[in-house]
Write a protein that binds this ligand. Structure first.
Ligand code: FAD
Ligand code: NAP
Length: 443
């Protein structure tokens, strides 16, 4: 979508265009046809965690949890229809799997996203959502956007849906080295392979920090991609632990579970999230754990020492010098300290998913709190005015599925239904005064 002066007022501004807002675009198409929406995406094109599209990595949910099937299996946006369109349906079936490669699922999402090119603005970062007021009353959101060159402009919208995903979590000891090129987060892994190549050519060492799926996948990828470099996986936990994806436990990701979690008091919600954390965070697919264990065993057979798992290590200090990045650790059991130097350090330390206050802080005077209601809406002082929905930032209130693909479809339908009704009510309320006001707002 070209954002120019003809865009005076959007009905819906989507902030971020990943799977969550893509599912919303599909839902709005059916539930609010004719409404003017635009999805702002800072990447130059649609890419689903592009820095981690590793060969061999697989989806962690069934392809049936695609963008639409749980709501409407007859939709043209199903993964099955994508396979059919690509001429691979029969071959896919022959694989006998529910879990496509991440590379294929990314291609599916791009195929679906391409059908909304008229509503997507790529290479456009939303830098702030600010209030537009008339006589002190909130009448619209000013969506402040910046292009890749940093040029800013403002688009107005009567509603906004924030679905920005997570921000790379940088643990405290590493923060002073923010600009250090030999240190990077797992989200940018594939963009920084040249750093590991340098270490490989020099017969050097790299460290991967973390004990979750990203850390394990990167550890394994470096091993198979680079023949010489030595790799340490440094984690706080005492061992790599498997993700629990057994069927009874998996029911917590059923869309119906959202109501159950939301109806609990905050302490009870937290207790449930803590109880089931091992389904998602700081855990690794069992198959991958087994393959890593096998690699380490083969090292024992051949007498190599290229791969090490340094479990139970707390990082106590980090510094950068000419020879590399020095990482000081302390063993959590014995208290024994150690210091090692690496030519590259990859932080597979997860993501922060709370709503960034610098993005929406200017709305403070117009909201009555930041905890979303069941329909993922931020409570506004004037409930009949502009409305702000959140996707993926509601884990505390809506449960562990909020950051995953599991509820993307049903959540998008709920939000689209609520938005359609809200915009209709806003139109009805504005009807008598609408014509002159619109004329004044044009351009
Ligand atoms: C490597 C990896 C693999 C995963 N695999 C699975 C899986 O198999 N199954 C599963 O259920 N979950 C998985 N997840 C969890 C993941 O959160 C979801 O799959 C999914 O990506 C959530 O979609 P989203 O649209 O909410 O967020 P995202 O996919 O993160 O999309 C958010 C988008 O917003 C854009 N954006 C951010 N800030 C701005 C801004 N200010 N202005 C404009 N655009 C902005 C980003 O560029 C991004 O494209 C995985 C996560 C990772 C990191
Ligand atoms: N193939 C796939 O589908 C795929 C691939 C990658 C990721 N994912 C998904 O992406 C999401 C995030 O996974 P992730 O592995 O990136 O993150 P994660 O599961 O949150 O794991 C982060 C890791 O970093 C560690 N960590 C955090 N802060 C630290 C600190 N200060 N010092 C030392 N260690 C620290 C954590 O240790 P503690 O345990 O000690 O806190 C944890 O081991 C999950 O939903 C995952 O399933 C999916």
């Amino acid at each position: 979508m070209i954002i120019d002066d003809t865009v005076s007022m959007l009905d819906v501004a989507g902030i971020g265009f990943g799977p969550s807002n893509l599912a919303l675009a599909i839902a709005l198409d059916a539930r609010a046809p004719g409404r003017r929406s635009c999805f702002f995406e800072k990447q130059p094109e649609f890419r689903w965690h592009g820095g981690m599209l590793l060969p061999g990595s697989r989806m962690q949910v069934s392809f049936l949890k695609d963008l639409v099937t749980l709501h409407d299996p007859t939709s043209r946006f199903t993964f099955v229809n994508y396979l059919h369109a690509r001429g691979r349906l029969v071959d896919f079936i022959n694989q006998k799997t529910f879990f496509p490669s991440r590379i294929e699922f990314n291609d599916y999402l791009r195929w679906a996203a391409a059908q909304f090119d008229d509503r997507a603005s790529y290479g456009t970062e939303v830098v702030a959502v600010e209030p537009v007021t008339t006589n002190g009353r909130l009448t619209a959101f000013a969506i402040r956007i910046a292009d890749a060159a940093g040029r800013e402009r403002v688009v107005r919208a009567r509603s906004a849906v924030v679905a920005m995903g997570g921000r790379p979590r940088i643990p405290e000891p590493f923060r002073p080295l923010k600009r250090e090129p030999r240190l990077f987060h797992s989200s940018g892994y594939l963009r920084h392979l040249d750093r590991i190549r340098l270490a490989d050519e020099a017969g050097g060492r790299v460290a991967v920090i973390g004990g979750g799926q990203s850390a394990a996948e990167i550890f394994s990828d470096i091993r198979s991609r680079f023949p010489r470099v030595k790799v340490d996986l440094i984690l706080r936990a005492a061992a790599l632990k498997p993700a629990d994806d057994s069927p009874f436990v998996n029911e917590i990701f059923n869309p119906g579970f959202t109501d159950l979690i939301f109806s609990q008091a905050p302490a009870q919600r937290r207790a449930v999230i803590d109880e089931f954390r091992g389904t998602n965070y700081s855990v690794v697919d069992l198959d991958l754990i087994q393959s890593i264990y096998e690699d380490l065993y083969q090292q024992k057979v051949t007498g190599e020492d290229r791969l090490r798992i340094r479990a139970g290590q707390r990082i106590t200090g980090v510094s950068a010098g000419e020879g590399g990045i020095a990482v000081v650790t302390r063993d959590t059991m014995s208290g024994v300290p150690a210091a090692e130097t690496y030519q590259a350090v990859i932080l597979a330390t997860g993501y922060d998913r709370d709503l960034p206050r610098d993005l929406v802080g200017a709305l403070d005077p117009h909201v009555t709190g930041w905890e979303p209601d069941r329909l993922y809406r931020v409570p506004m002082a004037d409930p009949s005015g502009p409305v702000l929905h959140l996707q993926g930032a509601c884990e505390d209130s809506h449960g562990l599925s909020d950051t995953l693909l599991s509820v993307v479809v049903i959540r998008a339908q709920e939000i689209a239904t609520a938005l359609a009704a809200h915009l209709d009510r806003m139109d009805a309320a504005a009807a008598p005064a609408r014509r002159p006001a619109l004329a004044g707002a044009a351009g």
